[in-house]
Design a protein around this ligand. Structure first.
Ligand SMILES: [Zn+2]
Ligand SMILES: [Zn+2]
Ligand SMILES: [Zn+2]
Length: 173
């Protein structure tokens, strides 16, 4: 009885460890693969910054978010890294009313000089978080035929799940 319990503990510990290591190798491989797929050399900064975007898939990051998490990263290097990621179809810029520059990971299909980020964004006025909203945005607004449309930005603003006062109103304190 005692012996069995001990074996059980050892096995679960090994499995847990194994999963953690597997996960890390898998993620690094994925990060490097993405850089290669988008014709970028693997540098330490690019690997770290891209890891952050991949960990926060669907969520926009500001320069400040990245500077706070990546050590020894100067602003110019970060600026250049973000610009080259955007140019090569890895991240897209989001324009909301926060006035901050925000970027999020692109869905598959974006590439060098062509982006297909036809999705909306939700900006929370409470916590300032911006997320990518899944689904293509279709509109029937009539732009004069002689005008050339380059990109459409749809930003929905309001309160997220955590900030919406309606969500906490009925909870007992
Ligand atoms: Zn894109
Ligand atoms: Zn919020
Ligand atoms: Zn997005």
């Amino acid at each position: 009885m005692h012996q069995n319990f001990y074996n059980c503990l050892v096995i679960s510990f090994i499995n847990h460890n194994f999963r953690l290591i597997q996960n890390r190798i898998f993620n690094m491989h994925e990060v490097h693969q993405k850089l290669t797929d988008h014709n970028l050399r693997k540098t330490a900064v690019r690997t770290q910054v891209l890891s952050m975007f991949m960990e926060n898939k669907g969520n926009a990051l500001t320069n400040q978010n990245i500077e706070d998490s990546v050590s020894d990263l100067d602003r110019i290097t970060l600026y250049r890294t973000l610009k080259v990621f955007e140019k090569n179809g890895i991240i897209h810029q989001i324009f909301d009313s926060s006035g901050k520059i925000k970027y999020a990971l692109c869905p598959d299909g974006c590439g060098q000089l062509h982006h297909h980020d036809d999705h909306a964004h939700f900006h929370c006025e409470g916590c300032d978080r911006t997320i990518c909203v899944v689904g293509e945005v279709k509109s029937d607004i009539s732009i004069p035929k002689t005008y050339q449309v380059k990109r459409v930005h749809l930003v929905v603003e309001g309160m997220c799940d955590s900030c919406n006062p309606e969500n906490t109103k009925n909870k007992t304190v």
